[in-house]
Design a protein around this ligand. Structure first.
Ligand code: G
Ligand code: G
Ligand code: MN
Ligand code: NA
Length: 250
């Protein structure tokens, strides 16, 4: 049952885990980062975040769950440095309500200090829609995160209703092209081209999501998109598999 009580128990009983999806340099095919994606392991089955994140948001339990995701990611960053001398940024998804909560910025800063990780190695992914809920507050909060050195990505870009004039004032470092627009490539490329041009004008790093085939990859390379993720390269993987495939083999 996806109720607040069952999510609370899941946290207490350590039933959540993170999968990691690599992000690649599209030209060199080197891993340049990864995205942490939560799963719920319940009675031997993996439950997708799509079926519990909405309930978690409605009930407010997304705050401790989101904090758990950030803490786990900090631990992994630290372990990769310790075990493999390996450092790539890990991106965590921050839900709308979690972004609005006053504890987010102090929590992230405190966790980065506790795990002794360099803040550039932690990136927050915030959907365009969450940012536009309250632009004035978003600017204040993003300034705090940026000043502290964390990476800031706008997730699912193109699906919300950004005011372009506000976008200019948001201290973001990365824009992620929503996979809906990547899946239209190469045939329908108007939106992807526009986002890429906008990102280049604003001097942002652009990540293409949901790359599934070589035609999409070719179009993105031809249009100067440098970073991407998607099933074409790798699905999200459990920690050990990510380490085996992308770290220990190096
Ligand atoms: O991993 P998957 O593709 O099944 O994710 C489905 C959705 O759940 C995506 O929109 C993704 O951003 C979201 N999601 C995955 N992990 C987290 C998380 O840790 N926190 C939040 N808020 N959303 C997540
Ligand atoms: O909303 P967000 O961008 O955080 O969503 C991440 C989700 O996208 C993850 O659940 C992941 O499983 C999914 N995903 C990652 N790569 C691909 C892909 O190439 N195709 C599809 N359909 N989904 C993908
Ligand atoms: Mn994301
Ligand atoms: Na996204």
């Amino acid at each position: 049952l996806r109720t607040e009580a069952s999510l609370h128990d899941a946290l207490k009983n350590n039933e959540f885990l993170l999968y990691f999806q690599p992000k690649f340099d599209l030209n060199t095919h080197k891993v340049v980062g990864c995205e942490a994606l939560i799963r719920w392991q319940k009675d031997g089955r993996l439950i997708s975040p799509m079926s519990f994140i909405p309930v978690a948001e409605e009930t407010g339990i997304i705050i401790p769950i989101g904090r758990w995701v950030i803490e786990q990611s900090c631990k992994v960053i630290r372990e990769w440095q310790r075990k493999y001398n390996y450092a790539i940024p890990i991106a965590v998804n921050v839900a709308s309500q979690q972004f609005a909560d006053a504890s987010l910025v102090p929590d992230i800063k405190q966790l980065a200090i506790r795990y002794q990780i360099s803040p550039e190695l932690l990136e927050v992914e915030i959907t365009e829609t969450s940012l536009m809920n309250d632009v004035e507050q978003a600017i204040i909060k993003l300034e705090q995160l940026k000043t502290a050195g964390f990476g800031i990505a706008v997730d699912d870009f193109g699906t919300g209703y950004s005011s372009l004039s506000y976008l200019r004032h948001l201290p973001i470092t990365t824009m992620k092209i929503d996979r809906a627009f990547v899946s239209d490539l190469p045939k329908d490329s108007a939106i992807a081209s526009t986002i890429l041009m906008l990102g280049q004008q604003l001097d942002l790093s652009i990540v293409a999501e949901g790359i599934e085939n070589d035609e999409q990859l070719q179009w993105l390379k031809d249009n100067n998109c440098v970073i991407g993720q998607g099933f074409f390269f790798s699905e999200p993987l459990p920690l050990e598999e990510f380490e085996q495939q992308f770290i220990s083999a190096k």
